[in-house]
Design a protein around this ligand. Sequence first.
Ligand code: 26V
Length: 825
Amino acid sequence: MSQTRSVSSPAEAEAFRDSILRHVRYSLGREWSQLTGRELFEAVSFAVRDRIVDLMVETEARIKENAGKRVFYLSMEFLMGRSLGNNLHNLGLWDVCRDALDEMGVDIEEIAETEVDAALGNGGLGRLAACFLDSLASLGLPGYGYGINYEYGLFRQELDNGWQKEKPDSWRALGTPWQFERREEAVVVPLFGELSQMEGHDGIENSMWLGWDVIVGVPHDMPVVGYGGKSVNTLRLYSARATDEFDMSIFNEGDYVEAVKQKMESETISKVLYPPDSDDKGRELRLIQEYFFTSCAVQSIVRNYLAEHGDLANFADKIAIQLNDTHPALAVAELMRVLMDEHSVEWDEAWDITRNTLAYTNHTLLPEALERWSRELVERVLPRHLQIIEQIDAQFLAVVEQRFPGDTERKQRMAIVNHEGEQSEVRMAHLAIVGSHSVNGVAELHSELVKSDLVPDFHELWPERFNNKTNGVTQRRWLHQCNPGLRDLINEAIGPEWVTDLDRLRELEPFAEDAAFRERFLDVKLANKQRLARTIAHDVRVDVDPASLFDVQAKRIHEYKRQLLLALYAVHSYLRIVEDGVPPASPRTIIFAGKAAPGYWAAKQQIKLINSIGRVINHDPRCAGLLKVVFIPDYRVSLAEQIMPAADLSEQISTAGMEASGTGNMKFALNGALTIGTLDGANIEIREEVGDENIFIFGLLAEDIARQRADGSYNPRAIYENNAELSRVLDALSGARFSPGDPRLFHWLKETLLDRGDYFFNLADFADYIATQDRVSHEFQDTENWSRKAILNVARMGKFSSDRTISEYARDIWGLLPSRTVVGV
Ligand code: 26V
């Protein structure tokens, strides 16, 4: 296989080398001969950063001059991963840097791999935010991310005898070259205290929020380099600090230890990213985190707007704020507070500004993931905000009353503050919907279900407010950067325009019929599989065959995502081999990766189950060359960058109606994996694009499941009793076969599936899933046919670029034109 290796100009490489050496000496105070790998990473990053800073300053100047609308993306999570390689690729400097380092005897890949991932997110929602930032910058749009500068990102996952163990992720322990601390732009965030009624100078009774404590939010700006280096936007992450005054008042009372304790408590606010454990109630710190970053963002946006425009009259024409789920929904009350209490805007005008500025994206229908905070807690932490929320609620319920007179039940269903239960609660989704001009879901099916199932009353009241924005992923990281073999092959065939216009991949379609191209495509896939096999040998200590079918499920572990279904298939294949003497049509390597929330018992049991199954299968000589099952620990962005290019089969098998969109499904297909999946989330739209014959769809529809849930007709035990293959699998798993030494270990399996009703319909879909997997095995044997389909998958992924998604948000929600159109470039 001839791999193209472009070469940079010697002068450029030399200038780059000089810059690196200057940083080694003057930024790090080191000599070349003493340098550690980490220090070399820093020196290279500083050299890259110098270029970025110039572009960042230019971008901000251009935005000011255009005086157009700016968009602010508020998100509790930004799953950025590594920056060095991404910045080099987007700047077009990868080859220059590689050649410069080559000359110095250093391998750029090795340096890039020393960078610790910025794992400031849990999964899909956080990685989507990161892809959106890449697209905003690459489209030249003035978009800013706002979030929290967690000291500890998502936990590192280790395996201990097959059980998940969580380790802290102190990702900035050695500092990071990618943040600029801006102490002079710190904001003061008030909380606690109480309200008291005061008569103003106009004689009107007004409530004043008094006696609050304060936390200081210090921004740390991370550059976001757009592709081609034309725009560099920023991601602004806040660290929580105590104020000096705050410390001093207690200090002066003589209680030094108390002063230090309070300082530490203030700083815990940005300490750690919360994993999504189901019980969100009673977690005061999480509420304070949400308020902290939302307040920092709102205050910073208003302050900068006023500095530029002088008054707030046209605020909503120049500012759009997108709420990434309900985590920043307090922005509704905070923007009202800042406008009224700090800038004397009247209620009605403040309300117009707020509603016209804010828009809300929903990312899940799971009831346990919908945020509700106890009214008491909100009142204690944010008394002024609760007062504002209750006033919004009263006005809103008056609108409902006008439209549906006398419909008390409807008002109870729709109220922002729910007084029905044991304790009153604030429903954050209702607050977000009432305070926004747009509400969107993240795939067509999901957006329909938001309207019909999640908040039908709101849809009836304001149908025009609801819309869909199907998710996308950035092809810069998820193909151009992570899969250089395929990138070069595509470039050779159709040129590089797809990097900024993913629809251009369509031009690959004819190459699916070109035998020589198919062969090279398979060579690239094989090389990617060999690389992943080396990682597996290193991290899992299992040898896998790169020629086997790589069948991959990589995502958070959750019951609705049904890792269990693939585990059942693995056991089924095993029993076919060892009990029936029937090998699979294609040898297969089943690969799992993903983290379970630390408090999610069922998910952690599944990790143990998968590892136990793997231990038996991988050591059984009868399976040699036929079947392996591995669990790769510590799934994270940089591992995903190795996994996606190496997959043959992408498992997207959630219970229909439960996965809002999925974005891994898009990354796998973009890298030439075929999907086996249910008609759920964006899988439906992927099928529309690639065609029925190029995807393996199975299972019940969302409407079937909804109906069976409603009428109670689902009977998993009957399915178990009538399907011999299924009962054999479940019986094998509940004996000691996969749990030597502890035969009761997996008893929970039959309990959840048979006694407790199999809430996620695993057994309902089992037979169809097995039959579909058999088709997969047969089709994989025919490499010509398989590679043709894989190429067509790549060619038809154009829709799933986050560039398309962001252009739709810009056009439909933000009312924002690409700046290139504005300035006519
Ligand atoms: C939250 C929680 C909290 C309680 C325990 C269980 C649980 C499970 C899931 C979540 C999800 C939080 C929101 C989220 O990450 N949604 C994901 O957003 C992606 C980007 O839109 C989308 O592709 C995924 O389908 C969706 O699950």
